[in-house]
Design a protein around this ligand. Structure first.
Ligand SMILES: Cc1cc2nc3c(=O)[nH]c(=O)nc-3n(C[C@H](O)[C@H](O)[C@H](O)COP(=O)(O)OP(=O)(O)OC[C@H]3O[C@@H](n4cnc5c(N)ncnc54)[C@H](O)[C@@H]3O)c2cc1C
Length: 122
């Protein structure tokens, strides 16, 4: 079992910003960010609109952002949370004192007639 003072589930913009803020505020605390995706993207349309990206690699959120700010980056999926212990898909168990959920969101499709029809994205 691994132990952390602060665990952030989610390695998107919210999770990374939270881990950096936590490290800056509490530099002695042991922090982990758990992210289920191998690669974290910066899903922002603005650079595309401004055509300031030279390629898709420019849109990757750099992993060292977490590590250079005192956090451990764990690529795995959290499946279960009980008694301040997280169970990961790999079988790892992570104990925490404080937990932050930065897992993003799922858009709600409004109940508009026809949204379930074939070709709705065209
Ligand atoms: C195409 C597109 C264009 C956009 N353009 C803009 C823009 O121009 N300007 C703007 O301000 N916003 C834009 N957004 C919105 C912006 O991307 C989101 O607001 C932002 O990504 C939200 O960040 P987040 O960290 O809250 O969540 P997310 O980026 O969704 O990150 C969630 C994280 O949680 C992790 N996770 C979830 N469940 C688990 C689990 N069980 N175990 C481990 N990890 C887990 C995921 O791996 C991921 O790392 C755009 C979004 C899209 C899709």
């Amino acid at each position: 079992m691994e132990n952390y003072d602060i665990v952030v589930i989610g390695g998107g913009p919210a999770g990374v910003a939270c881990a950096i803020s936590a490290h800056n505020t509490y530099p002695a605390k042991k922090i982990a960010v758990i992210r289920k995706d191998q690669i974290a993207l910066i899903p922002c349309g603005i650079p595309y609109s401004l055509t300031s990206l030279s390629g898709v690699d420019d849109d990757i959120l750099p992993d060292p952002l977490v590590q250079s700010n005192g956090g451990d980056l764990i690529i795995d999926e959290v499946l279960k949370k009980a008694d301040k212990i997280l169970e990961l898909k790999s079988g790892r168990k992570i104990a925490y004192d404080k937990l932050v959920l930065a897992v993003g969101s799922t858009p709600v499709v409004p109940p508009i007639t026809g949204t379930n029809k074939e070709g709705k994205n065209n």
